[in-house]
Design a protein around this ligand. Structure first.
Ligand SMILES: [Ca+2]
Ligand SMILES: [Ca+2]
Ligand SMILES: [Ca+2]
Length: 322
């Protein structure tokens, strides 16, 4: 074999390798992977919902070459052509559920679509009133997720000085916080045992007939759909839900001294774990400030009805049985 012939064969092999590698590259290009996040997933007509496609990926290294287009207002029509911007935003003026679409395209023209939904609330018009036949007190009520809740804290029971203990004496007793001496609308604060009417397995507690103290699970169901940053706006004072959860109190009493918690509010639940003589009771805690609303659940220890020197007090909300 002469050197010219060997040179030609080498050139052909090189060409074949180059052609094969180009071909395999073309064949290997995959469509991008469309990833869409929406924040918040639920909100009201004042919220600017933010859409983000930055997590979208492509098989090739030039993911930076991806372009995006959006249908953020749920009308099925693309809002614009493909653009570099991987974010968008929209404010929905009418309450409802909206389908949001995002399409991503790679440099070779391959595309992928991601879908997600937003739920937009307006003012909750599902409101009512309930008069407690025991004392004539009238409570505003709101229906959320099919269930009626009192929109005010319970204020049933005999008002006693904060220095006196609430005891199992066949009389429902309540405290009132000193900073609200002038008005009684924020309701009473109760020890857990007083709230449960000293019958820890009957959720009715001291609520009126047909109403009960919500369990940990019922509270969870109420707010689980809401991102923490939005829950305050929806459930808080004058929020769209009408539930006014800001108006809640907590405090504790140690050796006849009553300590008020000015920063956080708390509501009792019926949920407890007994192990073996200690009651671990769940209460739902809220910040009264605007930035962070929901702290979530706190499980408190009670040795027994009377043995604990420090007793915790919280507000109470009643929920309708059916
Ligand atoms: Ca690709
Ligand atoms: Ca559109
Ligand atoms: Ca009592």
């Amino acid at each position: 074999m002469n050197s010219n012939r060997r040179f030609s064969i080498n050139r052909i092999i090189c060409l074949v390798i180059i052609i094969l590698s180009i071909h395999s590259c073309d064949k290997g290009n995959l469509p991008p992977v469309a990833k869409l996040t929406i924040f918040p997933p639920v909100g009201d007509t004042s919220i600017l919902f933010e859409f983000n496609a930055a997590q979208s990926e492509d098989d090739r290294s030039y993911a930076i070459g991806l372009v995006f287009r959006w249908d953020t207002n749920g009308d099925g029509v693309w809002d614009s052509g493909f653009e570099k911007d991987n974010t968008s935003a929209h404010k929905f003026l009418v309450p409802g559920n909206y389908l949001v679409r995002m399409e991503v395209k790679d440099l070779d023209g391959l595309t992928a679509i991601a879908l997600d939904t937003v739920e937009v609330f307006g003012v909750n018009a599902d409101t009512g009133r309930f008069q407690d036949p025991r004392d004539g007190n009238v409570y505003r009520t709101v229906r959320i997720g099919g269930s009626w809740w009192m929109a005010e804290n319970l204020r049933f029971g005999k008002l006693i000085p904060n220095s006196r203990e609430q005891t199992d004496n066949d009389t429902v007793e309540r405290y009132r916080f000193t900073d609200w001496k002038e008005c009684d609308t924020v309701g009473g604060v109760y020890s857990w045992f007083e709230a449960m009417n000293y019958n820890v397995d009957n959720p009715k507690g001291i609520c009126p007939d047909g109403w009960h103290i919500p369990s940990h699970a019922e509270w969870n169901k109420l707010y689980q759909a809401f991102p923490m940053s939005y829950a305050h706006k929806y459930f808080g004072k004058e929020g769209l839900s009408g539930l006014n959860l800001d108006i809640s109190n907590s405090g504790y009493q140690c050796e006849d001294l009553f300590h008020e918690n000015f920063y956080d509010g708390g509501f009792w639940t019926t949920s407890y774990v007994l192990s073996p003589t200690v009651y671990n009771v769940c209460r739902i805690m809220f910040s009264k400030s605007d930035d962070v609303y929901l702290y979530g659940e706190y499980w408190e220890n009670f040795r027994s009805v009377t043995a604990n020197r420090c007793v915790i007090y919280n507000s109470l909300r009643c929920k309708k049985d059916f």
